[in-house]
Design a protein around this ligand. Structure first.
Ligand code: GAR
Length: 191
């Protein structure tokens, strides 16, 4: 039986699709389903066209336990937050100890916390004239962007960078590293 990933996504879903491609012929891990909180998210139409099962949910379904029930029914082993913008409630954290992994588009602990997502992060990095940014892949606890780090990678920020060009550099790093880091973490959990 393969380890089943539940991918949580709120928007465009390039990371979710990258996971699906990376694990499509993997011997021990598979993308089982995409879980989405945003009816207008691009990932929903993409999931449909790639034939990936998808589940849309509301905030109250997340906080009252309906999403947890769905995850259990779907036999999900590991939750991956790939551009997911809501805080994960404690019922999920308790049910999936060390089994919820987030990616953040900056070098935490800098530029994390509530409201720090997507282009907000890149704008702040550029406004503060940082010379480098990057990605942080980390375990999820009950605070935004706070759990133990699994991996970081850096990229240079040029004076000519815009939030869009920086986002593209960050996405390249995310696509290069995120699935592999999740696979390594799963291997450690199973050892
Ligand atoms: C990614 O850059 C991810 O790091 C970020 O949202 C983007 C989603 O892109 N996540 C956060 O900001 C979470 N705080 P995608 O929809 O193309 O995968």
């Amino acid at each position: 039986m393969k380890t089943r990933l539940g991918i949580f996504a709120s928007g465009n879903g390039s990371n979710a699709l990258n996971f699906n491609a990376y694990f499509s012929n993997h011997d021990s891990i598979e993308v089982a389903k995409i879980y989405c909180n945003n009816p207008a998210a691009g990932i929903l139409t993409k999931a449909f066209s790639y034939d990936i099962p998808a589940h849309l949910f509301t905030k109250s379904q997340l906080t009252t336990g309906a999403v947890l029930e769905q995850l259990v029914a779907d036999k999900i082993d590991i939750i991956v937050l790939a551009g997911f913008l809501w805080l994960i409630p404690e019922n999920l954290i308790d049910a999936f100890p060390s089994k919820i992994i987030n990616i953040h588009p900056a070098l935490l602990p800098k530029y994390g916390g509530k409201g720090m997502f997507g282009s907000n992060v890149h704008k702040a990095v550029i406004e503060n004239k940082e010379t480098e940014s990057g990605i942080t892949i980390h375990l999820v606890d009950k605070f935004y962007d706070h759990g133990g780090h699994l991996f970081q990678a850096k990229t240079l920020v040029d004076s000519s960078d815009t939030p869009e060009t920086l986002a593209a550099k960050i996405h390249t790093l995310e696509h290069e590293h995120f699935p592999r880091v999740v696979a390594d973490h799963i291997k450690k959990l199973l050892d």
